[in-house]
Design a protein around this ligand. Structure first.
Ligand SMILES: [Zn+2]
Length: 490
């Protein structure tokens, strides 16, 4: 036991240093293993994370590439869409016989020369242009309307204190349905709406003097017949209130002119209830009905305001102050009404419509010079201040200021109106066309497309409208006879 103990003691004694070394070795080995394990773990995790990062990176790159490709595709699509819009716009221009304008629009498209669709269209327009022929501007018809009847069931059936109006309405008014049928038939017969200015070439010399010459270059396809259109008394007069007509012209949500109309139950609706939006609708559906986007002429008086706005200063007066409309129709802040009318005027101009004087008080311009002068001055003060200047005059009652011979410089009224800037003078004439062009002015007869004219054609063989349309298929069968049959002698 002692030996053993001694041995073990000796061993113990002997291995103290050894033990220390061994322990160090073991620790070293342990440390090494731990380091190896750590390194291994690092490698393993590193690899895992590395691979994951690479995968992630690749995915991100893929997504990025896909997004870039989609964006590029969208850009290409956008360009193609924009291009198609421009091509469609050029097509509308070409349908209005403005082939040069259409070609210019197409040539403004970037890289158009490399696009077969576009070069094909250009060639098509060039070919169409060669087929145009000049129109004789002295054979251009001018048709006119008054406010369209929006609800004939009201207008033709007025009773009591309003019944007296039926005969007048029946003579001089046209219903929306009749108007649309007339436009369709004229379109079918090759008529094309032109601007009255298209009849002439206007030049201004160094001193600012204007002179006219016949336009030898009003070009339309063979067989097409140009015509001018106007509408008289676009005032929505007080007396027409509730009789089945629109209330006023307004600017629609699309920025285009349209009407406001109060239905019989009192609800106010917006839409095509008179000439302006009805014609606009027709031209939008048939762009080849309008030469270079031409629209009509709106002839305005002033005494009830313009376009349905009560813009005349007299309408701001009370009944006591002498405003005979005040009791029935109210008193208006005419300045506020002018501000409301101005954007409508602008929308109409932007849409291609022209304005004309129709006198301030709807008086005959065949009256004495002093009477005409007073009225013409009032028109400048109270209507031109709302709609801007114009050089077109549409005579009330169609009464001209001279005979069919050329205006003489000795004609005082002519001199005065010329001094106010008027150059286009329109009377009423039942002939299909009547045009007088001199160096100083343009004069044109207009034919009324209303109940009276249609009735005379249908029942009395007047035969004034048959070139334009077939009155028998247009005439509203619900029209009464009041005002029509007692005009048979005319
Ligand atoms: Zn009138």
């Amino acid at each position: 036991m002692g030996d053993e103990r001694g041995k073990s003691t000796g061993q113990r004694q002997l291995s103290k240093a050894q033990l220390e070394r061994r322990r160090k070795r073991r620790r070293k080995a342990y440390m090494m293993r731990a380091a190896c394990v750590a390194a291994l773990l690092l490698i393993i995790f590193g690899t895992i994370f590395g691979v994951r990062a690479v995968i992630k990176n690749k995915e991100a790159k893929k997504q990025e590439e896909a997004a870039a490709a989609a964006a590029q595709e969208a850009e290409v699509q956008k360009e193609a869409d924009a291009e198609n819009v421009l091509i469609a716009q050029a097509e509308v221009t070409a349908m209005g016989y403005d082939y040069d304008g259409a070609i210019q629009q197409l040539q403004a498209i970037p890289d158009y020369a490399g696009n077969a669709t576009i070069t094909g269209k250009i060639a098509e327009y060039e070919a169409a242009k060669t087929k145009l022929v000049p129109v004789d501007v002295e054979t251009v018809s001018h048709v006119f309307f008054h406010t369209l009847v929006a609800d004939p069931s009201i207008t033709w059936n007025l009773t009591g204190a309003n019944e007296y109006k039926i005969a007048d309405y029946n003579q001089v008014m046209t219903t929306i349905d009749e108007f649309n049928k007339i436009m369709q038939q004229m379109y079918d017969r090759g008529y094309v709406l032109v601007n009255i200015r298209d009849l002439v070439v206007e030049t201004t010399d160094a001193d600012g003097n204007i002179s006219f010459a016949k336009n030898e270059n009003l070009m339309l396809p063979e067989g097409k017949k140009p015509f001018v259109l106007s509408q008289d008394d676009v005032s929505y007069y007080f007396y027409m209130t509730g009789d089945g007509y629109a209330d006023k012209l307004i600017v629609g949500e699309d920025g285009k002119p349209t009407n406001e109309y109060t239905q019989q139950d009192g609800t106010v609706v917006t839409g095509s209830y008179d000439v302006v939006p009805c014609l606009d609708d027709f031209i939008e559906a048939h762009p080849d009905f309008s030469y270079k986007g031409a629209k009509g002429i709106l002839a305005l008086t002033g005494y009830n305001g313009v376009l349905g706005y009560r813009t005349d200063p007299d309408l701001a007066k009370t009944a006591e102050e002498g405003n005979k409309n005040a009791t029935e129709y109210g008193v208006f802040d005419y300045q506020a009404e002018i501000e409301k009318a101005k954007p409508v005027v602008q929308a109409l101009k932007d849409d291609g419509w022209e304005f004309a004087s129709h006198s301030y008080g709807h008086i005959s311009y065949g009256s004495s010079f002093d009477k005409v002068k007073t009225d013409a001055d009032k028109w400048q003060e109270r209507v031109a201040n709302v709609i801007g200047p114009t050089d077109i005059i549409i005579y009330p009652f169609g009464t001209d200021i001279g005979s069919w011979t050329e205006y003489e410089d000795t004609n005082e009224t002519y001199q005065y109106l010329k001094g106010q800037g008027f150059r286009f003078f329109c009377n009423v004439d039942s002939n299909l066309y009547w045009v007088q062009i001199t160096q100083d002015y343009v004069r044109q007869g207009r034919i009324n497309l209303d109940g009276y004219r249609m009735y005379q054609d249908i029942h009395n063989g007047a035969n004034k409208l048959t070139e334009l349309f077939d009155p028998a298929t247009v005439f509203d069968p619900n029209r009464p006879t009041a005002g029509l049959d007692d005009w048979d002698d005319k």
